[in-house]
Structures are given as structure tokens and as C-alpha cells.
Design a protein around this ligand. Structure first.
Ligand code: GLN
Length: 479
């Protein structure tokens, strides 16, 4: 059997009865068994569940029934997304024995569309990180550039697709955690607008920023997975009623004449020269497709990292208060209740999570709330306004996904600030609630993948995907 499956090739092959959904799942589990020891992309496999679903698809094929959109497609799910009966750890020791009693809406929608869930992927603890080195279960290797990090926090999901251990996967993005690992592993990766995909069953990091989105082998597959998950969910009051466009059909619309904003704030100091060369070539490619390039200003970009790390940590400190040894997961018994809390949290959380709980508690505390948290919310509004102003003039905004190519394992672990700066181009769109995609845009010295990021206006997913598709078709991955 071949590797490099796409949703289209899976569907065609299964419908033609050349391969069964069960065989395809087995082929993936075999590859996972061979490579996961080295890559550490999966934390838990859900074989029983996968084969039961595959058998359902095979029965539908045998009965000549019409096949749903993702029939038989093997998909991996980041371990912060709840799966009924399948261990969900959030990459943390504190949840190492947690088995959710229900499925996230994103997962149940994928399964209803015929997808086969292979298992749960490694990630930074509670999705906090940019390199996957904060997982309590060890780092993930980048299959696209051995020796380097796969990006984070959804590193396992990105690596699984890049190494052919899944056809598509789900990640979550709070400040860049889908787009940046997509860039580092050389595959397309997208977050829809805030509210586009239900967060029900997504274990919260920062609720006003968290989003679920897909990794896949091509833009068409990204569109197909996003479409299945998108749409209002009564279980998440922040999910939107805005209609879901037919992203797959919209993909092929021409991009000639599209106006593309190039924000000067994203092309200054701090960008690696290799990244700059590839992004410049990528932008040139968009020009040859007939897009009109325009310089724009996003004035408050400089404040984005500070704003993000105030708001995200504040929300995290509140969301993570529930892990107290009483209600979920790990419990470290001690003499008093307070001592039990302290011992459980001390033993269960890793250093980065603790750092953020401390920072988040501080910015929310009496006397500092106005100076930090409230100020952060005001700056967030200004950043969102910058984008709204820009989208009055342009249809899409193009930037690098990350200022640097994938770095070596261990290179930044002792310098949290350096690690936070890796998010400089992604957190803005997160704060503003916009859709964004990262696309492969060549490799530095033929080795290190570079990602080009496209932002669209709120609920402009179809437009983002159109431009992404045109870029991919024109050979953007090898500029
Ligand atoms: N790297 C960022 C952080 O550490 C983003 C994480 C994310 O998007 N989940 O917070």
C-alpha cells in the first residue's frame, strides 16, 4: 500500500473497494508502531474505537450506501480535546489517568462524517508552549527536519501528518499552536475565526482565544475537515450562528485582482534571513497570480506579545484552578485539604504551567488588575481595530508564520522569553479573533521548512482558503 494518502484518494480508493477502511486503519497503526518510538507523536492509540468505526464504513461500502465526507479517513486528535472512553492527558501528569465521559463536538462531528480516530497526539502541557518540549511525556521529533522541534503546542498533531501517521489531524490554537507547528513541519494548518468551531469538549487553556483546527496534507483537505467541524453548537455559547460556506466549492475561485496587505511591522528586525528570502519569494508568487500587493500598517503589533501573555495567563490561572486533586486526575494525599491541593498541584503541573499560573494570578490580583489585565484588554481591542481598518482596504494579509525556522531541540528551553517571541506573528490574529492559515513556503537550504501565513477578516475562511489553494497550486511549497 502507498503512503501520502489524502482525503480524496482515501475516499476514491475505499469507494472502489480497492482498500477497506479497516485495512487503511491497520496500515496506519502499523506505521505508527514502527515510527512512534522515535517521533513520540502519539500518546494514546484508540484502536478499538478506530476499527469499530472502520467496520461501519466498510459495511456502508458493501451495502452500496452513499459515503459521508470523511469516510474512512484516519485522523489524529490533539490530547487536549476530549474523547469518550479514550485517555486525555493534556500533555500533563495531572491528568495522566483522566478518561473523559463525553466527546468534544469537533470529534463527534468528524466521526459522524465517517472519520476514523486513530488516537491522541502529544502536545505541550495544557497547550502552553511553542516547541512541544513542555509535554510531561517527552518532546516530539520534527519528521520534516530531524533534530529540530516540531513546533508547539500541537507538535504531535503536526508530526503525525508530516510523517504519514495520519491523513489529517486536529490541533488547537490559542496564540499560534496550529499555525507554527504547521510551518515547522512543512504542512498546511488552519485556525478558523474565533467561534467558527465549537470548543465544547476542548479542555480550556485561555477561553477567549482557544480554537480547534485542522492539519492536513493539502489545502483541499484542510477545507474539508474545517467544514465538517464548523457551525453553531448549542453546547458552546460562543460558537457562531454565521453560516458555514462550502469551503471546498469556494476553493477554486480565481484570486486575480485580490488585494493583499503586507504589514510593515511584520518584516522588521528579528526575522531570520532565510525566512525572509522564502517569504519574499512567496509574495512574489502571489503577484504573478495577479494579486495586488499593498503596504499596510498594523500599528499596535509591538504590544501583541505582552498583551497575549497577560490575557492568556490570566485566563489560564482561572481555568486551571479546577485541577485540585479532588475533582479530576491526580491526587497527592496530605494531612489537610489545603496541603492536598498544594501537593497535588506541585507534583502534577510542570514548570511552564506553574509559571503561567503565577503570572496570571498576579495580573488578576487586586491592585494589579487595572494596570495589567484591564490594560491588556484595551490593547487587545486596539489590535483588533488595526485589523478591521486594514480589511477595509485589503482582502487578505500575508506575513511569515514564524520569525525563525525550526530550532534545535533544547535550544530555547532555558529562555522562556525567547520561546514567547516565536509567537510574534501569530498572536495578533489570535487576539483579534481572525482566521489564519500557515502554508509551506519552501525550505531553507532544502532542509528547514518555512511557513507563510494568510489572515482573513472575521468569518472570511473561504477567502483565506481560496488564496491558500491558489498559492499551493502555483507551487508555493517549493519557492
Ligand atoms: N506558544 C503560545 C503559548 O505558549 C501559543 C500556544 C497555543 O496556541 N496554544 O501560549
Amino acid at each position: 500500500m502507498t503512503s501520502g494518502w489524502t482525503i480524496e484518494s482515501v475516499k476514491a480508493t475505499i469507494a472502489a473497494k480497492k482498500v477497506s477502511a479497516r485495512e487503511l486503519a491497520a496500515e496506519h497503526f502499523k506505521r505508527i508502531a514502527a515510527r512512534n518510538g522515535e517521533l513520540n507523536a502519539y500518546l494514546t492509540l484508540s484502536e478499538e474505537r478506530a476499527y469499530a468505526q472502520a467496520d461501519k464504513i466498510d459495511a456502508a461500502v458493501a451495502a452500496g450506501k452513499p459515503l459521508p465526507a470523511l469516510a474512512g479517513v484516519p485522523i489524529a486528535v490533539k490530547d487536549v480535546i476530549s474523547t469518550r472512553g479514550v485517555r486525555t492527558t493534556c500533555g500533563s501528569k495531572i491528568l495522566n489517568n483522566y478518561i473523559p465521559p463525553y466527546d468534544a463536538t469537533a470529534v463527534s462531528r468528524l466521526e459522524a462524517a465517517g472519520a476514523v480516530i486513530l488516537g491522541k497526539t502529544n502536545c505541550d502541557e495544557f497547550a502552553m508552549g511553542s516547541s512541544n518540549e513542555n509535554s510531561a511525556y517527552g518532546p516530539v521529533q520534527n519528521p520534516a527536519a530531524p533534530g529540530t522541534v516540531p513546533g508547539g503546542s500541537s507538535g504531535g498533531s503536526a508530526a503525525a501528518v508530516a510523517a504519514d501517521l495520519a491523513v489529517a489531524s486536529l490541533g488547537t490554537d490559542t496564540g499560534g499552536s496550529i499555525r507554527q507547528p504547521g510551518a515547522f513541519c512543512g504542512i498546511p494548518a488552519m485556525m478558523g475565526s474565533y467561534g467558527r468551531v465549537s470548543r465544547y469538549g476542548l479542555i480550556a487553556f485561555a477561553s477567549s482565544l482557544d480554537r480547534i483546527g485542522p492539519f492536513a496534507r493539502n489545502v483541499g483537505d484542510v477545507a474539508a475537515v474545517l467544514k465538517v467541524m464548523a457551525g453553531r453548537d448549542p453546547n458552546d455559547s460562543t460558537s457562531t450562528t454565521a453560516p458555514v460556506e462550502d469551503y471546498t466549492r469556494e476553493l477554486k475561485k480565481p484570486v486575480k485582482g485580490m488585494k493583499i496587505g503586507i504589514p510593515k511591522e511584520y518584516y522588521g528586525e528579528g526575522m531570520d534571513s532565510g525566512v525572509r528570502a522564502k517569504i519574499t519569494a512567496g509574495i512574489e508568487l502571489l503577484r504573478t497570480l495577479g494579486c495586488q500587493l499593498m503596504d499596510i500598517e498594523l500599528r499596535h503589533t509591538d504590544y501583541a506579545i505582552a498583551t497575549y501573555y497577560i490575557i492568556a495567563t490570566a485566563e489560564a490561572s482561572s481555568n486551571l484552578a479546577r485541577y485540585d486533586g479532588v475533582r479530576y486526575g491526580l491526587r497527592e494525599e496530605a494531612d489537610t485539604l489545603v496541603a492536598t491541593y498544594r501537593k497535588t498541584r506541585g507534583a502534577g503541573f510542570g514548570a511552564e504551567v506553574k509559571r503561567r499560573i503565577v503570572l496570571g494570578t498576579y495580573v488578576l490580583s487586586a491592585g494589579y488588575y487595572d494596570a495589567y489585565y484591564l490594560k491588556g484588554q484595551k490593547v487587545r481591542a486596539l489590535i483588533a481595530q488595526d485589523f478591521r481598518n486594514a480589511f477595509e482596504k485589503v482582502d487578505a494579509i500575508v506575513t511569515p508564520t514564524s520569525p525563525v525556522p525550526p530550532f534545535s531541540l533544547g535550544e530555547r528551553t532555558n529562555d522562556p522569553l525567547q520561546m514567547y517571541l516565536a509567537d510574534i506573528y501569530t498572536v495578533t490574529g489570535s487576539l483579534a479573533g481572525l482566521p489564519g492559515i500557515s502554508l509551506p513556503c519552501g525550505k531553507i537550504s532544502g532542509k528547514l521548512p518555512v511557513g507563510l501565513q494568510i489572515f482573513g477578516p472575521a468569518f472570511g475562511e473561504a477567502r483565506v482558503l481560496q488564496l491558500a489553494h491558489a498559492f499551493e497550486e502555483a507551487g508555493g511549497a517549493t519557492v
